[in-house]
Design a protein around this ligand. Sequence first.
Ligand code: HEC
Length: 148
Amino acid sequence: MRITKLLFAAVLAGTAFGAQAAAQDPIEARKAVFKEYKKVFGEQMGAVIKGKQPYDKAAFAKLASDMDALAKKPWEHFPAGSDKGKTNSRAEIWTKPAEFKKAIDQHQAETAKLVQVAQTGDLAQIKPQFGAVQKTCKSCHDQFKKED
Ligand code: HEC
């Protein structure tokens, strides 16, 4: 019993330490947000857009707001000097900050529009707006992300 408790405490401490270490590494932090992007946008919303998952207005609207919230998150994790290490970020992020900012602004404008359009419940309007957001992913990746 005592040993179990000790082990449990050790596991908890280990987890907390791991999470803290990740939070302090900006490369890990931004990758973690982009992994959420992939889940929410690529997988969950993507399945509805491709017709693999039935369209549910409320559920999709929730995903659209989750995506819009996520679109605010990666950018604080690009401090100067974080172009070295296990990262696919290109140096242009730091040498062309105005262009990077523009790509972020376009991306956020389209995710905000997706939230609006999701309220219509009309897939005929939602699909092209999903595509518009997707274009902002690709456009930024083309300019600022290396191939895996
Ligand atoms: C304004 C620029 C920008 C936009 C917009 C953007 N990304 Fe990225 N994305 C990046 C950069 C830069 C990286 C590389 C991060 C690194 O390795 O440091 C990246 C990495 C990723 C990764 C890989 C994460 C990993 O595990 O290494 C995924 C997945 C991803 N983005 C998905 C998306 C999706 C989906 C969208 C659109 C909904 C999107 N991104 C929009 C810049 C952007």
